[in-house]
Design a protein around this ligand. Sequence first.
Ligand code: ZN
Ligand code: ZN
Length: 411
Amino acid sequence: MNAQKILLLVLDGIADRPCDALDGKTPLQAAKKPVLDRLAEESVCGIMDTIAPGVRPGSDTAHLSLLGYPPERYYTGRGPLEAEGCGIRMEAGMIGFRANFGSLDSNGTIIDRRAGRIASTEPLCAAIRDGVDLSSFGVEFFFEPGAGHRAALAFRGEGLGANVTSNDPKHEQLPPLPIRPMTEAGSDLHTAEVANEFLRQSREILSEHPLNAQRIADGLPPANIVLIRGAGLMGRFDPFPEKWKMTGSVISAAALISGIGSAVGLEPVHVPGITGSADSDLKAKIAYAEKELERKDFVLLNIKGADEFGHDGKPLLKRDFIGVIDAALAPLLDRNDIIIAICSDHTTPCSVMDHAGDPVPIIIRGPGVRVDSVTLFDEISAASGGLGRIQGGDLLPILVDLINRSEKYGA
Ligand code: ZN
Ligand code: ZN
């Protein structure tokens, strides 16, 4: 039997280094994970530098690389991808920003950079969409809520540059900063002027919004200022379905990852109950991925959570959460009809509390795969597998070849 479909499962930041608290084992080595080990036993295994050896990937650049879009050519910053992930249809040339709501006191000092982690900002975003007018600049804007206090802003218009600063002073008890151009270019000055006017108008709208009056009456910090950062120019992506001759979907709780998927031409699928943290409904994610595979050739499924424990420097919690992920993956054991690739997007060592450049484990299972003798899913075991050491850009060509859709090179 030949497989026709591919599931790429990225366990975000699950790879690690040996941890003292785990007697020199990595969280993957120390975890109880019968499902991942069974899958590894039935796979060809290896290790992978998602970008290149020693390069410390961001989740965004790593995912671009895994999807076959070299970040050095395609990555223009987090803002436009995050905006796409918040549902703004970013076109090439548009400027995207990450945004969040904060709290200002009556003196114009920022007292909370996350507005008390306000749960929902949709009414505030709607008021800004209705009230702000940038037409005198010839600029159209888009403003959409993200999870919690987060949001995204985008500008569309002629002559906009992306090299501008943030208005976020990064610390509380300071006033917001003006947006400034970072070069002499007229396009960057133009964007700075537009952004400052957007911020001025939105601040007026938010200060008068009934939701904020209610929050103040309830003793909560008002969400009365928008902080923007990470400006970037949206690039042009060769559409995934044309590049790889496959239709595809992306499932991720993180706006950044669904934004990357959407930007390259994967359909973002919303799964109720997923949070991007350790309390996410992982079983629902697997079920939705299987459902998507009924109508699509390729699904990218990102499971977060392990990465957070790495950033927090918590090896025992990371180990235990790997067990939770493992249990949710059980339905995959019965999927002998598809190609399943499981990897991490980067190593997030608990000892570093950030991403590191170490290679990640990768396993590929399914019809036609030359199974090797590796029987465990971890960084060290996988290194002796049949895939050897590959790079992120190698992954899709290998997977597409396994479903016999790659083009012959030569006669
Ligand atoms: Zn990541
Ligand atoms: Zn991370």
